[in-house]
Design a protein around this ligand. Structure first.
Ligand code: NAD
Ligand code: TYD
Length: 379
């Protein structure tokens, strides 16, 4: 039985990954390590933690005593490091926290893994590693910087991070690669484009827009809304990580993306349209709306859910213009292709939020409102 340490799995992508892996592999054990920051919600994975195939440990990836203890106790075969401060806007407000969690935390995990996994010294002088182990770093396309109207990020594109968030993720990647070179540690890195799907914290664009529509609030679009992101359904990202840790070459970087570039303004308009369609097909969803105006037909009106809700607000500082991934390497080497088109994925996602309002309420308590006021109050 293989044992995985999955960090940050009370967050968006990590939680989806744990569910994906437990469903796919009956014979694995997963230990989740998560600090449960504002972005982590134990409720998201509560049904998965059975104390047998899946255990939960609350703690910090920077805590060396704890990570050493976990490696000694569980004899991990794989580490998949999702834990991070992940929001660009927050990194602009408080860069140091990103440096601590994303860089020092990753390096701490690398050292604990090195201590646990090195079995001796090879004749070459390099450490000898336990058979079959792998340290996987979940990285982002944001390490490559920003593109103009043309071109794609390839694995060979020079690293050019521009935000405190992407600078911290880049540094973490460089440490992972340094451990590969210096100690011949078996590592891999995936650099994925923007994810969307269930359990996405509503500080990020898509879930924030959904939440605001349901609350009858305006929809803040930074700058002129022409910035482009390359959206991927979260399960396709999970599938890519699974393939890379099991079949990908050690020491390699794999870009992950589904050729789905969209301007932010398109995303917002699509979200408005999809919510209207779902509420037309299933009028019972209108009960969720905070604004319960009754229309001429006697039903809760959705006429006001339209593009007039869009408000262009002050741009993000250093706002990257365009991200676009070239996934040729992972497709050619490992056979990865995305399964969920954006048209299908966005409907699934919005329906999930409509069906899981309790989850949204649970994670967006007082702190969220304070954040929202601070971030958007004077934009
Ligand atoms: P998230 O913010 O939803 O979740 C992060 C999780 O990490 C939370 O559960 C939080 O409690 C935990 N955490 C934070 N600091 C910790 C610490 N010091 N110790 C232990 N746990 C800690 O993030 P996400 O969107 O799921 O992203 C996961 C990873 O994927 C990140 O490394 C991010 O850089 C990367 N990534 C995200 C995207 C995206 O679109 N969201 C795209 C590409 C890569
Ligand atoms: P986000 O979801 O924060 O992801 P990232 O910054 O990592 O790409 O933002 C996606 C895009 O949406 C980005 O160009 C910023 C923009 N955006 C808005 O226009 N309004 C918002 O309220 C938010 C959160 C983001």
């Amino acid at each position: 039985m293989k044992t995985y340490l999955v960090t940050g799995a009370a967050g968006f992508i990590g939680a989806n990954f744990v569910k994906y892996m437990l469903a796919k592999y009956p014979e694995i054990k997963i230990v989740v390590l998560d600090l449960l920051t504002y972005a982590g919600n134990l409720g998201t994975i509560a049904e998965d933690i059975d104390g047998d195939r899946c255990e939960f440990v609350k703690g910090d990836i920077c805590d060396r005593a704890l990570t050493d203890e976990l490696f000694a106790k569980y004899q991990f075969d794989y580490v998949v490091n999702f834990a991070a401060e992940s929001h660009v806007d927050r990194s602009i407000e408080n860069p140091q926290l990103f440096l601590v969690t994303n860089i020092l935390g990753t390096q701490n995990l690398l050292d604990s893994a090195r201590k646990a996994w090195v079995t001796g010294k090879a004749e070459t002088g390099y450490p000898r590693w336990r058979e079959g182990v792998r340290f996987h770093q979940v990285s982002t396309d944001e390490v490559y910087g920003s593109l103009g109207a043309e071109g794609y990020f390839h694995e060979t594109t020079p690293l050019d991070p521009r935000s405190p968030y992407s600078a911290s993720k880049t540094s973490a990647d460089l440490f992972v690669q340094a451990y590969s070179e210096t100690y011949k540690m078996p590592v891999s890195i995936t650099r994925c484009s923007n994810n969307y799907g269930p359990y996405h914290f509503p500080e990020k664009l898509i879930p924030l827009i959904i939440k605001n529509i349901l609350e009858g609030k305006s929809l803040p679009v930074y700058g002129d809304g022409t910035n482009v992101r390359d959206w991927l359904y979260v399960e396709d990202h999970c599938k890519a990580i699974d393939m890379v840790i099991h079949k990908g070459r050690a020491g390699e970087v794999y870009n992950v993306g589904g050729h789905n570039e969209k301007q932010n303004i398109e995303i917002v308009k699509l979200t408005i349209g999809t919510i209207r369609n779902l509420m037309t097909e299933q009028p019972e969803y209108r009960q969720i709306l905070k604004k319960k105006e009754i229309g001429a037909d006697g039903q809760i009106s959705i006429d006001w859910i339209n593009e007039s809700l869009i408000t262009f607000v002050k741009d993000r500082l250093g706002h990257d213009q365009r991200y676009a991934i070239d996934p040729t390497k992972i497709t050619n080497e490992l056979g990865w292709t995305p399964e969920t088109s954006f048209e299908v994925g966005i409907v699934k996602t919005i329906r999930w939020y409509l069906d899981n309002q309790k989850w949204v309420e649970d994670i967006t308590g007082g702190d969220y409102m304070k954040y929202y006021e601070e971030m958007y109050g004077n934009r």
